[in-house]
Design a protein around this ligand. Structure first.
Ligand code: BTN
Length: 241
């Protein structure tokens, strides 16, 4: 795989989206993986900032939309990415309890270790991943992340981890597409961080308290509200604990 490395950049995903729209001729659809040691304007979902100090893994890569695959299959892409990333981190540190927070965050010790941002540019999915590895996270409040090295006191090889995340994802995506969604779902539900947690959910202009349950076959989060199960997809729901 071709890798374009930066010491500092605003955002690896922004850079990748930009070359997709301006340099397709040069790359002929085989866009490089963009890696940065730090980002000055790292973006998370819902416009959140992704703190990107040196020591973390910050990278973006493309997945080309395959017209032979039903577009609905891509709706579960964030979940497949979360599954794959969780498995990769488990292989690196098998003794740690690593959780999956629907739709695609990875948690350890009730704190976020990694986040995934999936965007679409032309017929490519731009997948941006941030993993807190050797970076130090300031503060300890609710909502603060945690880095792998702060748990294990080890120093990780960032490039090696980035490459294995991407390679594993490619294999896991093929596994998913060849009919193994139910196996993936089984693991996601086994590692479901939100299970039985009280959550506040906002959808449209409404907000309700509920208890998160399992992840459905359709990839939706099932939430119990006033003793009734309701299904939410990521477009509809914002969870705050
Ligand atoms: C989230 O948890 O909300 C998603 C965070 C995604 C952060 C990564 S870091 C590399 C890539 N570049 C960005 O600007 N964002 C993603």
């Amino acid at each position: 795989m071709e890798i374009l490395k930066f010491d500092e950049i605003d955002s690896t995903s922004k850079y990748l989206k930009n070359i997709i729209s301006t340099e397709n001729e040069k790359y002929k659809g085989n866009f490089p993986v963009i890696v940065a040691k730090s980002q000055t304007s790292g973006k998370g979902r819902r416009g959140n900032e992704w703190s990107s100090e040196e020591g973390g893994a910050y990278f973006s890569f493309t997945l080309k939309e395959d017209k032979n695959i039903d577009f609905n299959e891509y709706m579960k892409l964030p979940l497949v990415l979360g599954y794959s990333l969780m498995n990769t981190l488990e292989r690196i540190e098998p003794s740690l309890k690593i959780d999956f927070k629907w739709t695609n965050d990875i948690y350890i010790n009730d704190k976020k270790i990694s986040g995934i941002l999936v965007e679409k540019k032309e017929n490519y999915f731009v997948i941006g991943i941030g993993i807190n590895l050797n970076n130090k996270i300031k503060g300890n409040g609710i909502g603060k992340g945690i880095s792998l090295s702060s748990i294990t006191q080890k120093k990780y090889n960032i490039m090696e981890i980035i490459i294995s995340v991407i390679e594993n994802f490619k294999k896991d995506f093929d596994y998913y597409i060849s009919g193994n969604w139910e196996n993936i779902l089984l693991k996601l539900n086994k590692k479901n961080y939100l299970y039985n947690k009280k959550i506040k959910i906002s959808f449209g202009n409404e907000q309700e308290d509920g208890i998160a349950k399992y992840i459905s076959k359709t990839g939706e989060l099932v939430v119990e509200i006033n003793n009734k199960e309701r299904f939410f997809n990521i477009g509809e729901i914002h969870i705050s604990k």
